[in-house]
Design a protein around this ligand. Structure first.
Ligand SMILES: Cc1ncc(COP(=O)(O)O)c(C=O)c1O
Length: 353
């Protein structure tokens, strides 16, 4: 058996790049990305938006056992991907939400991809899990959530919002027999991922009210109160109130403190989508604008928006940490040996999707 494994090891070496080959690959990528960064402020060379071949040339390259030249591969990706469409890290990009720009984060990605540590469970890599929790604890403090709150890093705002909505659903024990009694209130400017999350969480049969806006594109509190009163009169149960702390279209911040007051009065779950705006809490001006955010039950912030990290990172935090744990903790036979460490996982919730 040992000899067989050794033989396989020898065979496998043929497909592992050696130090010299790694150096050639690395230098080619570093040279290319350096050139990209040197030119990023030159809108003649790298416009904020452009259309060439809409990436079609890339798809003409067959996926086969035969490799293509490194230079050709780089040119293909440069042309069909990097010189195509939006360049969100460009200073000329004013549409939508800017993204990218923190160089050290890209090196962090490189490092993490090489060492490839598994951060899904405490036993597999306690340091990586603690690193995640450390970041979440910092964000909890930033928004004024208690220590008992729990959170999770997700791939972006959409999955983070979905996670919070599932926790809210399970806390209210919404099931087939009572779903249509429950009412969700959103502003007309809520990001479409909230509607998507409602769908994915199986909540389409809830009553969904799109509350009108005031002249500053914020949720109109009178309209909200009137709608809630109407619903209660008709035997419905106001359940979920979703506020936006920085809408995608205008950056409007809903009246969070007033919404918290209303949610408290009617015993509703108050969720805030601060995917775009959340990190403005790092400024004194932002803190004043977000007054009341700490009264929410859950919230979402996206480091790949407000902190300019590379794409693929959103954060969900739920004030009643147990609600998150109850919705997302699962056991499996192959994980029996790690359950004794479960308590040390404290805020690590097993992702299930
Ligand atoms: C306010 C808001 N919420 C949620 C999202 C969804 O985030 P993601 O694209 O990271 O899933 C966006 C994206 O632009 C957003 O602006």
């Amino acid at each position: 058996m040992r000899d067989q494994i050794k033989a396989y090891e020898e065979q496998a070496k043929a497909i592992e790049p050696n130090a010299e080959q790694r150096c050639t690959l690395r230098e080619a990528i570093v040279n290319y990305t350096e050139q990209f960064l040197e030119n990023i402020h030159d809108l003649e060379k790298i416009p904020a938006f452009q259309v060439h071949d809409t990436g079609i040339d890339l798809t003409k390259q067959p996926i086969s056992d035969n490799p293509i030249e490194l230079e050709k591969a780089i040119e293909l990706i440069a042309k069909s991907v990097d010189r195509e469409g939006l360049n969100p890290a460009s200073g000329g990009h004013f549409g939508y939400i800017p993204g990218g720009g923190i160089y050290s984060s890209s090196l962090g990605d490189y490092w993490a991809d090489i060492t490839n540590r598994y951060a899904g469970v405490f036993f597999a890599n306690s340091g990586a899990v603690r690193m995640e929790n450390h970041l979440i604890n910092w964000m909890k403090e930033l928004v004024g959530y208690p220590e008992s709150a729990l959170g999770n890093l997700a791939s972006g705002g959409s999955i983070a919002n979905l996670t919070a909505i599932v926790a809210a659903r399970d806390t209210a024990d919404i099931r087939a027999h009572n779903i249509s009694r429950h009412v969700i209130y959103l502003s007309k400017q809520a990001h479409h991922c909230i509607n998507k999350a409602i769908h994915i969480a199986g909540l389409k049969e809830c009553q969904v009210r799109h509350i009108s806006l005031n002249d500053r594109f914020k949720m109109d509190m009178d309209a909200l109160k009137e709608t809630i009163a109407f619903d209660i009169k008709n035997g419905l149960k106001p359940w979920l109130l979703v506020g936006s702390a920085g809408t995608t279209d205008t950056g409007a911040i809903d009246p969070l403190n007033d919404m918290a007051q209303i949610a408290q009065k009617h015993e509703m779950w108050f969720h805030i989508d601060a995917a775009y705006g959340g990190f403005f809490m790092l400024t004194d001006y932002g803190k004043r604008q977000f007054h009341g955010i700490e009264r929410s039950d859950s919230l979402v912030m996206d480091p790949h928006k407000g902190l300019f990290l590379p794409y693929g990172i959103g954060v969900v935090i739920v004030k009643n940490g147990e609600a998150l744990r109850n919705s997302f903790t699962y056991k499996a036979s192959y994980m029996q040996d790690i359950s004794s460490l479960a308590d040390e996982c404290f805020s690590r919730i097993n992702e299930t999707f």
